[in-house]
Design a protein around this ligand. Structure first.
Ligand code: FES
Length: 295
């Protein structure tokens, strides 16, 4: 297959990784095991980053990467043995939450993302193993071996970091996929549909200009959110309507189970971390539902 103009060999090889079906059997087994272990609840939500409003894994990767790259630099400077050893150890400690959050996010991704993510994880696991060996060697006073393991670990770390960048930016693994209403809807009220067209308690799909909307009528109230789930753009109007512990009406995304409060789009459970954009609604005397974006 010819290489698209402008792409480097590296980018083309990584794109072909997205299509590597040979990884699927392993991915199926691993992601099923993770999903069975990580049940919906506070721990899972925390690992995804729900409390901070964006995925927790990407910023956490700065811990091991920063520590280990700094250790590699110090390994080139005479008389920094103890400082370098401390950085290797701190990187290993920082790798623990980084791995846990990464596994949680990976288990709820599209298959193309999971293929790249699996190789990213394997590279990072190799880096962690080599840095563990580096730490042990330094602890035993075998500094030359410790430095050699460290530089080998750095190679795996850079490879894994590159794949992580591809996953985050090319495949938008952690970005919000919800429509950004501020750019797509003008200010003021907009006619949407007639209340007679809305079944009670059953979500439907409507369009407002370029935007797909999730619309739910519950008695006299009408709730409107953007339809593309902020996690990976699943269709919320095909989701299940439930009531949460606070008696709030919520919708569960049909793709990976993110749960949003229909009143304001707040995330009740991940993997989504970004609030679903919501709309203020009113009904005219003629029975027309009107919407405007919530500021
Ligand atoms: S698309 Fe993943 S939870 Fe909605």
């Amino acid at each position: 297959m010819s290489r698209p103009q402008g792409s480097t060999r590296l980018a083309t090889a990584t794109e072909s990784l997205e299509r590597a079906r040979g990884l699927d059997r392993t991915i199926r087994a691993l992601s099923t095991a993770v999903r069975r272990t990580l049940r919906t609840g506070t721990i899972k939500d925390t690992l995804h980053g729900v409390p901070i409003g964006h995925p927790a894994h990407p910023p956490l990767t700065d811990l091991p990467m920063g520590m280990w790259m700094s250790a590699a630099l110090l390994d080139l400077v005479p008389g920094t043995r103890r400082a370098s050893q401390t950085l290797v150890a701190a990187g290993l400690a920082g790798a623990v939450p980084t791995v846990l959050t990464g596994i949680a996010d990976w288990s709820a991704m599209h298959r193309e993302q999971q293929r790249v993510g699996l190789v990213h994880a394997a590279s990072m696991a190799t880096a962690s193993g080599l840095y563990s060996a580096s730490f042990v060697a330094r602890y035993q006073g075998r500094d030359a071996a410790g430095r050699a393991f460290g530089f080998a670990g750095l190679t795996a770390l850079l490879a894994g970091g590159y794949l992580g960048g591809h996953l985050a930016f090319r495949q938008a693994g952690g970005a919000s996929h919800a429509d950004q209403t501020a750019h797509l809807v003008s200010l003021g009220w907009h006619d949407l549909c007639s209340t007679d067209d809305l079944p009670d308690g059953w979500p439907v799909h409507r369009r407002l200009g370029y935007i797909s909307l999730f619309v739910l009528r519950t008695g006299d109230e009408v709730h409107v959110l953007t339809d593309r789930c902020s996690h990976l753009a699943g269709p919320l109007h095909q989701g299940r309507i439930v009531t949460d512990d606070n008696a709030d009406t919520c919708v569960i995304c049909p793709w990976h189970g993110s749960t949003f409060r229909v009143r304001d789009g707040a995330v009740v459970h991940g993997p989504a971390t970004a609030r679903q954009p919501s709309f203020e609604t009113r009904v005219t005397d003629e029975g027309t539902v009107q919407v405007r974006p919530l500021g």
